[in-house]
Design a protein around this ligand. Structure first.
Ligand code: 13P
Length: 255
């Protein structure tokens, strides 16, 4: 293992799921985050924003981080329904996901929008989890590497460093489908991302940036996916909604 290899991060993206009663899941995650797991892997839960503050308060002292799922690029103003990075930070978030494919697909977000959101995350002192990934059509057309490279170059702010940036590779066709790329396909894309990061954050810092894999990560496939070179953790959707599965995925790092 390289000395530069970053500490892994397993992050749960709850998407539009979770009510106040879901605090029970969070307390089960706290209870299951054993000293053995704490020694090996960071945990992050990104609930809907309605639960952020209460989750952040409940997580004080637990070493489970809490994050938002999106933010607006501006700090404040006339943007009905939007939430700024400063508001997320004020609610207790330390991370925010930006550029998730569901935002790109259903809200028309382009790389420049994602980059502006990541800039706002940094302005507010948050770590931006920048999501990229190809569609099924793009993969079948052999365009995966070009698409991922272009998204990465367009979405990563110039002030990024290993503390304020996490990259998540989420093939769109693998999200919520039960399908996953082969380990070799994941390795190929993550190697490309690492290579691009050398240009974007510099040779010395690039090995320290965490690159997560996301898309149908489950307890049954986590060990294989997390063992792939340049995979430094997971961004988990459906399987993060229950504490047992989420902790079992993190448990892939117990070896
Ligand atoms: P699933 O784990 O449900 O496929 O979702 C992945 C994802 O979109 C995480 O951001």
């Amino acid at each position: 293992m390289s000395v530069d290899r970053p500490r892994p991060l397993v992050a749960g993206n709850w998407k539009m799921n979770g009510l106040r009663s879901s605090a029970k899941v969070l307390s089960e995650i706290h209870a299951g985050y054993t000293p053995g797991l704490k020694a090996k892997v960071d945990l992050l839960v990104c609930p809907p924003s309605t639960l952020l503050h209460v989750f952040a308060l409940a997580s004080v002292g637990s070493r489970v981080a809490v994050g938002g799922q999106d933010c607006h690029a501006k700090e404040l103003g006339a943007h009905t329904g939007d939430i700024s990075a400063e508001m997320l930070a004020d609610a207790g978030a330390t991370y925010v996901i930006v550029g998730h494919s569901e935002r790109r697909q259903f809200h028309g977000e382009k790389d420049a929008d994602v980059c502006a959101k990541a800039v706002s995350a940094h302005r507010a002192g948050l770590t931006a989890i920048v999501c990229i990934g190809e569609t099924r059509q793009e993969r079948e057309a052999g365009k995966t590497l070009n698409v991922v490279r272009k998204q990465l170059r367009g979405s990563i702010p110039v002030d990024s460093n290993p503390q304020n940036l996490v990259v998540a590779y989420e093939p769109v066709w693998a999200i919520g489908t039960g399908l996953t790329p082969t380990a070799a396909d994941v390795a190929e894309v993550h190697a490309l991302i690492r290579d691009e990061l050398r240009r974007l954050v510099g040779k010395a810092e690039a090995p320290k940036v965490r690159i997560l894999y996301g898309g149908s990560v489950k307890p049954s496939n986590a060990a294989e996916l997390m063992a792939v070179e340049n995979v430094n953790g997971a961004l988990v959707g459906g399987a993060s909604l229950g504490a047992a599965d989420f902790l079992a995925i993190a448990g892939a790092y117990l070896g």
